[in-house]
Design a protein around this ligand. Structure first.
Ligand code: UDX
Length: 441
């Protein structure tokens, strides 16, 4: 099949590469010409395991190219995938301007096409967007109607950063929100995933499935964080509690790790967008707001532990370990490192930041000059305490004796349960973790 993918971000690039692996021919289109050219030269514009070799091999097939014009390749396409960003507006609403612009470009191509292509919305969009925005925009620009000149389908993506390629190759479900069963079946065949359950539904239900999934994941994390408060006050460890809870298959063991909270490009943004969307529809939801409030509180929990350990933060030198929102990425969007950094500075601490990949992105995010290093030992040397924000394996791999030797004052506040706590304690570190009993003073 001839495919066009609009938007060369995480979702677009991985979608394009997996389509090439499935034997299709793909044109990946981005408005950013430099980005399109870099990708055509085999360069991946972000850090994502496995994507570079997959891109290199896609480029050798002769079935993969990039460009900046959406209309021309759409004329001969069987399927066009919308993978452009839907960032949060300052008020929390999803910004749909990229979707609208891309839908227009696709419509101009559809106008000259006689293939009645599938127009597949993979971007995360508020429920109703495919029906109320994408279909009218494509129809207007193409002067053709849905179901005849083109077939719109909402086919949300559930990939995780750091595992984007694996998740796109082997999704745990294929959600196909089509207006007609036949078009939906064409998409299922195009993907050709074996043994993957298909949820055939309407476009609006498909869109809500995506929001509800991310909202539920975020709710699990905030639930664990809520229990962490109580567990610590009882002198028990929330990780033991959640292990006991998560073994119930109705609950599931994942996403119950308490700590400094969730970040990333999806969970916070989608939760905010869902909250605002529901309120606008006159159906305000109470859970998303509570989940976000709990998440905002969590960095403060780490600060509280630090203050307890050091008896105040003024003029203390603190290593902030991990700037990426999670390991194996250089992505700092909504990273909990930002509120931690700001709170530490506001309390008068001197902060040295460490991350193996995300230093540059974090410096850009903060705006002001940030004292930062990619050398973990340097970050620890002579500090009054370390606070862990990202569970990088480098932290677990650093011998306990080195933690003790390098830190001036042996205090570690672990916001992600990312190190061997017993080993550190045995080496003489005062180890604090969110949702755990305080160490003996
Ligand atoms: C998420 C969803 O998992 C994915 O399905 C969706 O398509 C996009 O959003 P991603 O943003 O890559 O993926 O991150 P994820 O691995 O889900 O982690 C999100 C955040 O939650 C991270 O900051 C992580 O540290 C935090 N988290 C996760 C916790 O604090 N506790 C947990 O138990 C799990």
């Amino acid at each position: 099949m001839q495919c066009v993918v609009a938007g060369a971000g995480y979702v677009g690039l991985t979608t394009a590469l997996v389509l090439v692996e499935k034997g299709h021919t793909v044109v990946l289109v981005d408005v950013d010409e430099a980005r399109a050219q870099r990708i055509a030269a085999g360069e991946v514009p972000f850090h994502e395991p496995g994507v570079e070799p997959a891109l290199k091999s896609a480029l050798t097939t002769g079935r993969f190219s990039t460009g900046t014009d959406l209309a021309a390749p759409t004329v001969t396409a069987d399927a066009v995938f919308l993978c452009v960003g839907t960032p949060a507006r300052p008020n929390g609403d999803a910004d749909l301007s990229f979707i609208k612009a891309a839908a227009k470009g696709i419509g101009r191509g559809v106008r000259r096409s006689n293939l009645a292509p599938l127009v597949i919305v993979k971007s995360t969009v508020p429920p109703g967007t495919t029906t109320d925005l994408v279909v009218p925009a494509v129809a207007k620009a193409s002067r053709k109607s849905e179901g005849a000149g083109f077939h719109a389908i909402a086919n949300p993506e559930f990939l995780r950063e750091g595992r984007a390629l694996e998740d796109a190759r082997r999704p745990d479900r294929l959600v196909v929100g089509a207006f007609g069963a036949e078009a939906g079946q064409r998409l299922v065949e195009l993907w050709g995933h074996e043994g993957v359950p298909v949820v055939a539904t309407s476009p609006t239900a498909a869109e809500l499935i995506k929001y509800a999934s991310n909202a539920f994941l975020a709710t699990k994390v905030s639930f664990a964080n809520e229990m962490a408060l109580l567990a610590a006050s009882l002198g028990v460890d929330v990780y033991e509690v959640m292990r006991g809870v998560g073994l119930d298959p109705r609950i599931g063991a994942e996403f119950l790790r308490a700590g400094v909270g969730f970040g990333g490009s999806c969970l916070p943004k989608d939760l905010k967008a869902l909250h605002r969307f529901a309120r606008r529809r006159g159906k305000p939801l109470r859970l998303p707001r509570a989940v976000l409030e709990i998440n905002e509180r969590q960095p403060q929990e780490a600060i509280r532990l630090l203050e307890h350990a050091l008896g105040g933060l003024a003029d203390k030198s603190v290593a902030l370990l991990g700037l990426a929102f999670k390991p194996d990425t250089d992505d700092v969007r909504e990273t909990r490192a930002l509120p931690l950094y700001r709170a530490l500075r506001a309390a008068g601490a001197r902060v040295i930041c460490w991350d193996p990949l995300a230093v540059k992105n974090f410096q850009r995010l903060v705006g002001d000059p940030v004292d930062a290093t990619e050398d973990l030992r340097q970050a620890l040397t002579g500090r009054d305490a370390a606070v862990i924000q990202t569970e990088w394996t480098q932290l677990r791999d650093l011998p306990a004796d080195d933690w003790k030797r390098l830190l001036r004052n042996p205090v570690v506040v672990d916001g992600r349960r990312s190190v061997d706590a017993a080993g550190l304690v045995a080496a003489g570190i005062r180890y604090y973790a969110i949702g755990a009993p305080l160490p003996p003073s």
